[in-house]
Ligand binder design. Structure first.
Ligand code: GRF
Length: 199
């Protein structure tokens, strides 16, 4: 299966997918990496792995819809079976969802539906929950509201800071992402009651 991965930052989840896909039996391969900004480690990781990249910055388009259209066209060029948001900090628009609906996955650093948004670990700590984790889900029009594919839990420790909790979650988040993307690529998955298989 062909994967396009979208990033906005450090790209450690991207790196886990790049590493996994070195083994042909993994069943999925990162064919392109897209970003909403330049000069991020995620793009450098893609370049180091000799994977093509594209950048679509919201500020370069007159409207959000035009940005959405450009992002969609850039991703379509690479004919992905699955698109993965791995720390991509933009909400995609209707055109992107029309093109990739049901095939666009996101990984979030909290146990949804708790603590959606960009501060999952911080919000979990502030609330005082004793368990948090990571959620892999299919993106819909909402913010972190789509159908859940998998979740993994970690303990929240009394001495945790935002950084330590974030790091504990990221370790299991990467493993979960690699495991489930591989499974979906190899075995297909169900969408609206119908089995989806990828080449
Ligand atoms: C992940 O923990 C994800 O849940 C959150 O941002 C982080 C991305 O990390 N939305 P990285 O860029 O893959 O290292």
């Amino acid at each position: 299966a062909r994967l396009v991965v979208l990033v906005s930052g450090s790209g450690s989840n991207l790196q886990a997918l790049l590493d996994a896909s070195r083994d042909p039996s993994y069943g999925a391969k990162v064919v392109a990496v897209g970003a909403d900004r330049f000069e991020i480690a995620g793009l450098a990781r893609a370049e180091a792995a000799e994977v093509p990249t594209f950048v679509c910055r919201v500020a370069d388009f007159a409207t959000r819809d035009l940005w959405d259209k450009a992002l969609t066209e850039a991703a379509v060029q690479h004919q992905p079976d699955l698109v993965i948001s791995a720390g991509f900090l933009k909400l995609v628009g209707p055109e992107f969802l029309r093109a990739f609906g049901g095939r666009y996955l996101n990984t979030h650093n909290a146990l949804l539906p708790s603590f959606p948004g960009i501060h999952g670990p911080r919000d979990a700590l502030a609330y005082g929950v004793k368990v948090s984790g990571a959620t892999l889900f299919i993106v819909d029009e909402g913010v972190d509201t789509g159908a859940i594919i998998a979740q993994v839990a970690v303990p929240v420790l009394d001495e945790d800071t935002e950084e330590t909790l974030t790091e504990r979650i990221k370790v299991v988040e990467r493993e979960q992402l690699v495991e489930y993307v591989g499974r979906m690529a190899r075995d297909g998955w169900t969408l609206n009651g119908r089995k989806v298989t990828v080449p």
